[in-house]
Design a binder for this molecule. Structure first.
Ligand SMILES: Cc1cc2nc3c(=O)[nH]c(=O)nc-3n(C[C@H](O)[C@H](O)[C@H](O)COP(=O)(O)OP(=O)(O)OC[C@H]3O[C@@H](n4cnc5c(N)ncnc54)[C@H](O)[C@@H]3O)c2cc1C
Length: 410
């Protein structure tokens, strides 16, 4: 059995290992000078391999077709990922939110371990080898074109990744190949991506990180979703964990032409009454000061000018002169600071690509194409995307495992 894998990323290397373990003669083509370029930058170079979650929890954290992965995850769960890497000598540890990392905090250790395994198994790893076309006839793959030469195979595993961070080699080639083979490719959008805002004041807030805030995502004034946690202001808008999580919905809504807004509740732990009481206390304490100076214990200094501006309160108005209506307006802004989202940052800056080969056209147990008999489709090239926390890599490992095992069963 001659198997070709296109793409030496997470899913491709896992698939190649499994196929070779099952006895296949495997060649892996990687367009970049080295395999695993994207893997090397995961988890800020520490590689958040997977998450210490059960299968139901993993699926919940993969909004892009998590259910499609049920059987692949059943056969290769987060525990299997840990065991697999420990068997390759990569010791792991669990951190906040169940995130699993190598003890070394070094993604290169993961890449080296996979590469060593591929070498031991005799996989022919060819780097600097971009596949430029797939040769197929009568719904069957014959081979691939690399450097003008055809390499024949009995089965092909497509593991070219998504289209984000193109410098890592994931430039979306697989979408074109799959389309040409008759597959449907769903709309490609960025996910886990920062958001750009219309408001100029965010520029002055650049670098300010807010912890324990609740952010609501609205489309045409209707609440779509909300997240609690940490966010960050940047020179173009907003980023940080909860913004990245909301970005998937935001990207879709923007693509539909909706008016997209965020509302930041800066004091989500307080009820409206508690917030009013807190402000009255501060007003009493600072009654001879200006409103600007009365908020220093409630808000980070940088945030006071825009909050007052949005509340139509002049910064130098004395606290004594603030009316009840003005106080209520201020509280409204504190409980829902509005930001208008104009666009997401480009796909190139997204952590994952949402959209890809339609999973309805892929057998969920084997990752085999339902349209082309000897084609397998794994990883981010398929329409699968998850939240941060190790869920995208878990999806890639599980899909690679399923295809690599199935390829020998044909
Ligand atoms: C900055 C960043 C941080 C991330 N951190 C995490 C994290 O900590 N945890 C997590 O779970 N996920 C993380 N992700 C997401 C995760 O890296 C991806 O979901 C995962 O790499 C997808 O695996 P893949 O094998 O499908 O694709 P990739 O890993 O992108 O691999 C695809 C490979 O195919 C090759 N290729 C493409 N076209 C061709 C061609 N024509 N010929 C030959 N080779 C080709 C590419 O060069 C590439 O090496 C992160 C992503 C980014 C960008």
């Amino acid at each position: 059995m001659k198997v070709i894998v296109i793409g030496g990323g997470c899913a491709g290397m896992m698939a190649a290992c499994r196929a070779a373990e099952g006895g296949a003669n495997v060649t892996l083509f990687e367009k970049m000078p080295r395999v695993g370029r994207k893997l090397g930058i995961t988890g800020k170079g520490r590689c958040n391999l997977t998450n210490n979650a059960d299968i139901a929890e993993v699926i919940k954290n993969i909004p892009g077709n998590g259910k499609f992965l049920f059987s692949a995850l059943k056969n290769f769960s987060p525990a299997d990922t840990v065991n697999f890497f420990e068997s390759l000598g990569v010791k792991t540890k669990i951190e906040r939110g169940g995130r699993i990392f190598p003890v070394s905090d070094n993604a290169t250790e993961v890449i080296d371990a996979l590469l060593k395994r591929l070498m031991i198994l005799g996989v022919d790893v060819r780097t600097n080898s971009p596949v430029t076309d797939i040769v197929a006839a009568q719904k069957k793959i014959r081979g691939v074109l690399v450097g003008g030469k055809i390499f024949e195979c009995d089965a092909l595993i497509l593991a070219t990744g998504g289209a984000s961070y193109p410098a890592t080699g994931s430039t979306g080639d697989g979408f074109k190949f799959a389309k040409r083979l008759g597959h449907t490719v769903t709309e490609i959008l960025p996910a886990l991506v920062p958001l750009e805002t219309e408001e100029d004041f965010v520029r002055d807030l650049q670098g300010l990180s807010l912890k324990n805030v609740r952010v609501k995502l609205l489309a045409d004034g209707k609440k779509i979703s909300e997240q609690f946690g940490e966010m960050l202001f940047t020179h173009f808008g907003v980023s940080g964990p909860i913004i990245l999580t909301l970005s998937r919905d935001a990207a879709r809504l923007l693509a539909q032409g909706k008016f997209v807004e965020l509302e930041i509740n800066l004091k989500p732990a307080l009820t409206p009454e508690q917030l009013d009481a807190r402000i009255l206390r501060d007003f009493d304490k600072f009654r001879r000061k200006t409103i600007k100076n009365s908020l220093v214990e409630l808000l980070p200094a940088k945030l006071i000018p825009p909050v007052l501006d949005l509340s139509y309160l002049p910064e130098d108005k004395r606290v004594d002169d603030i009316t009840q209506i003005e106080r209520r307006r201020l509280e409204e802004i504190l409980r829902g600071l509005p930001l208008t989202i104009t666009k997401t940052r480009p796909l190139a800056e997204a952590i994952v690509t949402s959209g890809g080969v339609d999973v309805k056209e892929i057998d969920p147990r084997t990752m085999r194409s339902k349209l082309v008999e000897n084609l397998f489709i794994v990883g981010e090239v398929a329409d699968v995307d998850g939240f941060t926390g190790g869920f995208n890599l878990q999806a890639a490992w599980a899909m690679g495992n399923a295809a690599g095992l199935s390829v020998n069963l044909r």
